[in-house]
Design a protein around this ligand. Structure first.
Ligand code: NAD
Length: 503
């Protein structure tokens, strides 16, 4: 299965009402293979009318879809789970081809997305309401969860399969119909997903994909028939989506960018911490919202830790993600690679020590590569500390005490993930209590919650009040209704109950 392909460029269109639809706006964007730098495809950009067509299809499908019994819906979700599982390698190859991440990483992404589908196979249990018998004499009160209607998802380039799964799986499981606007940089995984959902038996119109840019996003945010919007992407756009969507009366959860710190205390296992910093800093070329970006070395940890990280860097093999020996692939675009590289220059100019320069070690050729890079002696005033770099650049900030480390993390405007490395359980517990960040790892560098918890940051990493997937995802995609009921006294019933008294 694949999107429509010409002899030259792969043409990627929308998916509306159960089938592929070529764009008619006349606007398109390029899709690249980041490992070679070649343009491999072209993706249609939707007009306002095309977005409306997708919403109309989703709206038309909603009444029948919400009638599906929970057991029938769960059956279908199991079929979707099995089909996505069977095609995990196909999905992963599309991710590597357009995003650049190495195949093993792409498979890991698909796996974490599949876990969300697995979680929502339990939708009959997840949608259980509450019941209070005899709240007043003869009166019962209960709550039920109902879907919202048409909901939309707007997703980033860095997890083109998993982040959409965080959204569409719980949304449709709850009985909503869905319009996805994936990143225009790596759109093919969404097309394959649509094909798989159809093959599994999802009714036409329940899942739709429209590609595009700001025009499509604004059309979603302004569309009167869209009840809720989930967004994952950078902080400025997350803020915009939240403000615009809510001012148009929509429920919005908008997850933004990050600057994740890894605090290493002097008592930590330095080898364990260095391994973690390397895998969490450079995995997926640092293009993960939970990537470690800043290592905070406390007290005496500094020298041994920087030494241990430096020693590991030459072993990270950078290359084409399709090559099984590669451990780190290219960045997503040339512009992004150049921007990431610019932080090495500005970091050095602002006083940091450039320990490893990825510009010198990047593979030759036209690919958008940058080698693993390490900046030491970074301070909070430097651009490389203040900005979300989103690339294979680790910054080391050295601080004297635990209290300084905590303050650094809490003063940072982002609050997505954080990790602490220590052998001291009491200090780790104190950190978990004190730190103003949504997801915390204790000797775990990337604490992405499993599917039955929910994912979300604090501060500028999330706008809205519901985290994504897990129980909060079910909350987000449903609204509750409380019913207060009274039945006529059974003593007045035409049925002979065999006893006369009223209770
Ligand atoms: P982005 O904000 O540029 O794009 C995200 C989505 O918004 C895309 O679908 C894009 O087409 C759309 N968009 C871009 N510019 C827009 C505009 N001006 N108006 C309206 N819509 C616009 O993000 P990205 O570069 O694709 O992804 C990387 C960012 O996402 C990083 O900041 C990363 O931290 C963040 N991210 C966060 C999480 C999280 O869970 N918090 C997860 C993954 C990625």
């Amino acid at each position: 299965m694949s999107a429509a392909v010409t002899t030259e460029l792969k043409l990627i269109g929308h998916w509306i009402g159960g089938g592929p639809v070529r764009g008619s706006s006349g606007r398109r964007g390029p899709v690249y293979n980041p490992a070679t730098g070649e343009q491999t495809g072209e993706v249609d950009f939707a007009s306002v009318e095309e977005v409306d067509r997708a919403v109309t299809a989703a709206k038309a499908a909603f009444p029948a879809w919400r009638q599906w019994s929970l057991s029938k819906r769960a059956d279908l979700l199991f079929r979707i789970y099995n089909l996505v599982d069977e095609h995990r390698e196909d999905l992963a190859r599309l991710l590597t081809a357009e995003h650049g991440k190495v195949l093993s990483d792409a498979l890991g992404e698909v796996q974490r997305g599949i876990e969300v589908i697995e979680y929502v196979c339990g939708i009959p249990t997840l949608l259980k309401g509450g019941y209070t018998e005899q709240a007043a004499t003869g009166i019962d009160v209960y709550s039920i969860r109902q879907p919202l209607g048409v909901v939309a998802g707007i997703t980033p380039f860095n997890f083109p399969a998993m982040v959409p799964m965080w959204m569409w799986a719980p949304a449709i499981a709850c009985g909503n119909t869905f319009v996805l606007k994936p990143s225009e940089k790596d759109p093919s995984a969404s097309f394959l997903t649509a094909e798989l959902l159809k093959e599994a038996g999802l009714p036409d119109g329940v899942f739709n994909v429209i590609h595009g840019d700001k025009v499509a996003v604004d059309a979603i945010l302004e569309h009167p028939d869209i009840a809720a919007v989930s967004f994952v992407g950078s902080t400025p756009i997350a803020r915009y989506v939240y403000e615009t969507g809510t001012s148009n009366g929509k429920r919005v959860q908008a997850l933004g960018g990050a600057k994740n710190h890894m605090v290493v205390l002097p008592d930590a296992d330095i080898d364990m911490a260095a391994d973690a910093a390397v895998s969490a800093g450079y995995g997926s070329a640092g293009e993960r919202c939970m990537a470690i970006s800043v290592v905070v070395a406390v007290g005496d940890a500094g020298d041994p830790l920087v030494g241990a990280i430096k020693e590991r860097l030459p072993k990270v093999k950078v290359g084409d993600g399709m090559d099984p020996s590669s451990e780190m692939g290219p960045l997503v675009t040339r512009e992004h690679r150049d921007k990431v590289a610019s932080y090495l220059e500005s970091g050095e100019a602002q006083g940091a020590t450039l320990v490893a320069d990825g510009r010198a070690t990047a593979p030759d050729g036209g690919g958008f590569f940058l080698g693993v890079s390490l900046l030491d002696d970074v301070t909070p005033a430097m651009d490389c500390y203040r900005d979300e770099i989103f690339g294979p650049v680790l910054s080391v900030v050295r601080v004297p005490t635990y209290a300084d480390a905590l303050q650094l993390v809490n003063d940072n405007p982002y609050g997505n993930g954080v990790a602490i490395f220590t052998r001291d359980g009491g200090v780790a517990r104190r950190f978990q209590f004190d730190v103003n960040v949504g997801m915390v790892g204790v000797n775990v560098p990337i604490p992405v919650p499993v599917a039955y918890y929910s994912f979300g940051g604090w501060k500028s990493s999330l706008f809205g009040d519901r985290h994504i997937y897990g129980p909060e995802g079910i909350d987000f995609y449903t609204r509750t209704k409380a019913v207060t009921s009274r039945w006529p006294d059974p003593a007045t019933s035409k049925v002979d109950l065999g006893f006369p008294q009223t209770r």
